[in-house]
Design a protein around this ligand. Structure first.
Ligand code: 5GP
Ligand code: MN
Length: 341
């Protein structure tokens, strides 16, 4: 084992101290959260540890293939109590915000279970674990795990590589967001060396949409609003539209990214009201406006160019809380050419 960073050493020591692990990730998990769980679960199991995964939310259908080798349990109060009692330690992946793990969070107040956090979100606190490996420069939580795994030579298998590739591919928007650096590409190249088929993996995640989902995207996109002289795109999705197309909140995945392709756009915001009174706000920047602080001021978070927050109230109220600040930031930008996503 050749960990150079002190947190990496602490993480390996943490693993060495325990035998039974419970893994979890944020609500509405994405490819990075689920891929990281699958990878760490396979890796720990291969080292003779007992591992369970318990999440607040179900696995979206496009990631169901990750459950070939691992079981993802969904929160139920009884099961959660049981899993916390059985486990020696909890590992939280892809969030360093305690509330983001959902219904498991309040149960932690009543236990003394040791917690480790592995995450790459911009964190304004130190992380709530006893051990915190938080690296905002990593393009995915899976990238941090790959580094940790490689510190123990010969422990990465094809199945682990596949789960890590899903984490990396999804969080870099298939290698096109600003977090796609040489590190991300080197990691992808190394993972492919385990015999992965990138085209098949991309299709497994991205070629799973229903026709209804595309019609819904079409409806929402055709009603897009331009503001601040075409530099801000505002999208709006109503509960009635989700119902009519038979969709859930996770089905908006990718929608907010599309208007970034419009020339001159600095930011995109989607107000997605899946159920009346609950508005998921997704924010994206094309590279110059920092939008993570807009989300974090409202209780959410994320990355500099991709962030979000869940707000209670109407869409009109959510717009009132987000748009003035967002417009102000765009108006204050220097009149420069845009940089990157
Ligand atoms: P998305 O808009 O795709 O749901 O999320 C974009 C980014 O913002 C992701 O990194 C996600 O983890 C983060 N994010 C989205 N919603 C929330 C939220 O309610 N709270 C926090 N802390 N982060 C969020
Ligand atoms: Mn992530």
């Amino acid at each position: 084992m050749s960990a150079e960073r002190p947190e990496h050493r602490q993480f390996h020591d943490f693993l060495a101290r325990h035998r039974t692990f419970l893994l979890t990730t944020h609500i509405n998990p994405d490819g990075d959260g689920l891929g990281s769980e699958a990878a760490l679960s396979l890796w720990l199991s291969a080292q003779g540890r007992r591992v369970r995964i318990l999440n607040d939310s179900v696995v979206p259908p496009q990631f169901a293939f990750l459950a070939r080798h691992t079981v993802f349990e969904v929160f139920d109060p009884g099961v959660a109590e049981q899993r916390l009692v059985e486990a020696d330690a909890l590992i939280v992946l892809d969030t360093s915000n305690r509330q983001r793990i959902g219904r498991l969070a309040p149960l932690l107040d009543r236990t003394t279970i040791p917690v480790a956090v592995v995450d790459h979100h911009v964190s304004h606190a130190r992380g709530f674990g006893h051990v915190n490996v938080i690296e905002p420069e990593a393009s995915a939580t899976g990238e941090i795990l790959f580094e940790l795994f490689r510190q123990v030579p010969g422990t990465v298998t094809e199945e682990i590589a596949e789960a890590l590739y899903i984490a990396l591919m999804t969080d870099t928007g298939s290698f096109r967001y600003s977090n796609t650096d040489t590190h991300a590409h080197r990691m992808a190249a190394e993972l492919l060396g385990y015999g992965l088929d990138p085209q098949r993996l991309w299709s497994q995640v991205h070629a799973q949409a229903s026709a209804g989902r595309l019609r819904f995207f079409g409806e929402v996109l055709s009603a897009l609003e331009l503001d601040v002289d075409g530099r801000l795109v505002v999208l709006d999705a109503r509960p009635e539209q989700f119902q009519r197309h038979g969709l859930v909140g996770a089905d908006t995945d990718g929608l907010v990214d599309m208007p970034r392709s419009i020339v001159g756009v600095e930011a995109v915001v989607l107000f997605s009201e899946v159920e009346p009174g609950k508005v998921k706000v997704s924010l994206r920047s094309t590279g110059r406006v920092a939008i993570d602080t807009i989300a974090s001021k409202l209780g959410g978070g994320g990355h500099v160019h991709a962030a979000g927050v869940l707000l209670r109230g109407t869409r009109a109220e959510a717009r009132e809380r987000v748009l003035p600040e967002l417009k102000k930031r765009i108006e204050e930008l220097p009149a420069d050419a845009r940089v990157a996503w």
